[in-house]
Design a binder for this molecule. Structure first.
Ligand SMILES: [Zn+2]
Ligand SMILES: [Zn+2]
Length: 381
């Protein structure tokens, strides 16, 4: 098997990290039970039950302790095992084995800590093993030099899920809310779910495609989107690195057709869940290529080309879901089994860290064009 170079099985290292990861999640999970009004999201609470989360919390604490013990026995570095078990003990002392789910009053503001914990847990258990067993870049460590920055992006976007949800819906409501849309929305909701799903994905991807392309084309906008392209290490966390202006504009635009057409709740929920998982998948460091499906849906190979560092390939593969949209507009690039050699930007002085990257796009004159991809592309060819 062609597993990652830096992963050593049987030395207690992986179990140590697993123990810390699960220990921290269970420690945070206890707070969701203690202060659900402030730390959990009403939409997400409708999806799970308090009882099932209680069982999950107990299982995660036990798993963390288990991995902690394994690591303590096997590893020469005992500190990860000790950290992991320390978080477990804290979770237990705070009442982790004895939480009581209860009905929750709706509050005006809340953080999406439940969404953060569950999505991080799920994405990590799906994608970390995939990246270890089927890596694209074998020598890229799981904990590369910027993983903490990417994690901060992930944490911020999940904790502020209510804020981002509300602000990205405003433009659609403002511009189209006054129209009588019931007729068209009833017609759309009467269609079979599969038809609705196709149109939800297709039309929102069309909107997303052009927004994305304009972000690349326009110098001022590019400075915000370039943050997303600054990652040198493509992996499951890298896709989270998106400037908040980029998130606001892109999601607002993709939401317009969803809002106007008013798809059924089930269609909308499938859309949201698929997009969340798919966005992580296309950035992940895996060589899995999905056979002929790669010509129908955007895959890691497809999106990695969009992140290619070589300026020759800038401006390809803007679509998020459907490659045929790129074919339609002449920006498609997917060679058989060839992958880009490097991902990232030629910009050498790109700032590192969440706060610096949040400020960076505002610090340059809107009239300079030193980050324009097309200029770049011509000058370096
Ligand atoms: Zn882009
Ligand atoms: Zn990307």
């Amino acid at each position: 098997m062609n597993i990652k170079d830096n992963v050593k099985f049987g030395e207690g290292i992986i179990s140590g990290y697993t123990s810390v990861f699960l220990g921290i999640l269970s420690f945070l999970g206890v707070f969701c039970f203690k202060y659900p009004e402030w730390l959990t999201t009403p939409e997400f609470r409708n999806v799970y039950t308090g009882e099932s989360m209680k069982i999950l919390l107990t299982a995660v604490i036990i798993a963390s302790l288990f991995f902690g013990v394994i690591s303590f026995i096997r590893s020469s570095k005992k500190k990860w095992a000790l950290y992991g078990m320390a978080f477990c003990v804290l979770a237990i002392v705070l009442g982790g084995f004895d939480v009581s789910p209860r009905s929750v009053n709706i509050t005006k503001v809340h953080l999406g800590l439940d969404w953060l914990i569950l999505d991080l847990f799920l994405m990590a258990i799906i994608f970390v093993p995939i990246e270890i067993v089927f890596p694209k870049r074998k020598n890229q460590p799981t904990f590369h030099e910027e993983w903490k920055t990417d994690l901060v992006y992930f944490v911020v976007s999940h904790l502020l899920v209510q804020f981002f949800g509300v602000i990205t819906q405003q433009p659609a409501k403002l511009f189209f809310g006054w129209m009588g849309l019931e007729g068209i929305q009833n017609f759309v909701q009467d269609q079979p779910v599969l038809i609705q799903l196709f149109f939800a994905f297709f039309i929102s991807d069309l909107f997303q495609y052009w927004t994305h392309r304009i972000f690349h084309r326009h110098t001022f906008l590019w400075r915000f989107h370039s943050i997303h392209h600054s990652t040198e290490n493509m992996d499951w966390l890298a896709g989270s690195r998106t400037h908040f202006v980029d998130i606001f504009v892109t999601r607002s635009m993709a939401f317009v057709p969803l809002y106007v057409l008013g798809f059924s709740t089930i269609t909308f929920n499938i859309y949201v869940i698929f997009m969340a998982i798919h966005a992580v998948l296309i950035h992940s460091n895996t060589r899995i290529n999905f056979g002929v499906l790669k010509y129908i849906f955007a895959t890691p190979q497809y999106h990695h080309w969009h992140h290619c560092k070589d300026s020759e390939y800038y401006g390809k593969n803007f679509a998020t879901i459907f490659p045929f949209i790129d074919r339609l507009f002449g920006t498609y690039y997917l060679p058989d089994n060839v992958w880009p050699e490097d991902t990232g930007l030629l910009e050498v002085d790109f700032p590192k860290g969440y706060v610096k990257q949040a400020v960076y796009p505002f610090t340059k004159s809107p009239f300079d064009n030193d980050l324009n991809m097309e200029e770049y592309s011509k000058s370096t060819r």
